[in-house]
Ligand binder design. Structure first.
Ligand code: 2AM
Ligand code: CA
Ligand code: CA
Ligand code: CA
Length: 255
């Protein structure tokens, strides 16, 4: 068995365990605020992150972990095998009993994406894949991405960016078919994979991006840093992600 097959098998195994645990019990005992009143973490985020890291570090003892809630490593470079873990993506939705939240694991080797998995908990779906594997949902190949223009599709922008910089985004939204807001980067990636939106703009952390970029690379999804720099998986950045056509059009409208 090759490494990538071992990685796929282990990541999918723990994703199924986490998905089924959450589906069986959606309770959270304790909610804490992080940077603000709307930036939350629950006991479940912490418990799942610890569980994923324990499961994967047992099988890949030399691997490093970059994770949201503080149980991973502090990395200054991306050499070797790195797992990016977002135990619950869309914690505010989870706390408010909205359906859009996910669990995500992205795997990089020497800085390149090799595998990603996004579990859409409430839809009981796991999206996964990578450049060498293709892209799947619950073992079925995903239909190809359609390279739709901005005018032909819906756009989604994070609510925080919209509130802070509405004037910058108004003309892009006007050029699109319309705006939708979801509150989970992982769920939005799964929607882009299914041609439901054509562009996503948000300020995201490495664990928000890793799984979606790995699957997206297999599908021909475009992802660019808004300031023109390459995407840096060691820091947060504002990104435009979408079809080739719509991403370029969006970047042109912003500059
Ligand atoms: P999270 O739920 O794992 O924190 C909408 O808030 C989306 O943006 C979610 O995917 C959320 O991930 C992510 N996000 C990234 N940075 C955030 C921040 N500082 N505050 C809230 N959400 C953030
Ligand atoms: Ca968070
Ligand atoms: Ca997240
Ligand atoms: Ca999270």
């Amino acid at each position: 068995m090759t490494d990538i097959e071992q990685i796929q098998q282990a990541v999918l195994q723990i994703m199924v365990i986490v998905k089924d645990q959450l589906r069986t019990n959606l309770n959270f005992n304790h909610v804490e605020k992080k940077s603000s009143r709307t930036d939350l973490v629950t006991e479940r985020d912490k418990q799942i992150e610890k569980q994923i890291i324990a499961f994967l570090s047992d099988r890949f003892p030399k691997a490093y972990f970059v994770s949201e809630e503080g149980y991973g490593d502090c990395l200054t470079d991306l050499s070797g095998l790195v797992f990016f873990v977002d135990p619950i993506d869309g914690t505010l939705n989870f706390v408010k009993s909205h359906d859009q939240f996910a669990s995500m694991i992205g795997v990089y080797h020497d800085g390149q994406p090799i595998f990603g998995a996004i579990a859409d908990i409430m839809q009981d779906q796991i999206f996964y894949g990578g450049p060498e594997l293709g892209a799947y949902v619950n073992q079925q190949p995903l239909a190809p991405l359609i390279n739709q223009e901005l005018s032909a599709g819906l756009i989604t922008v994070s609510s925080r960016l919209l509130m802070e910089q509405l004037n910058n985004y108004r003309s892009i939204i006007n050029h699109s078919s319309g705006l939708r807001i979801f509150g989970s980067a992982g769920i939005i990636f799964t929607r882009l994979f299914q041609n439901k939106e054509v562009v996503y703009i948000s300020n995201l952390k490495p664990w928000d991006l890793a799984a979606g970029l790995a699957i997206g690379k297999a599908m021909g999804l475009q992802a660019i840093n808004i300031d023109g720099a390459p995407i840096n998986m060691l820091k947060s950045q504002t990104v435009i992600i979408g079809t080739k056509c719509a991403t370029i059009e969006t970047k042109d409208l912003l500059s």
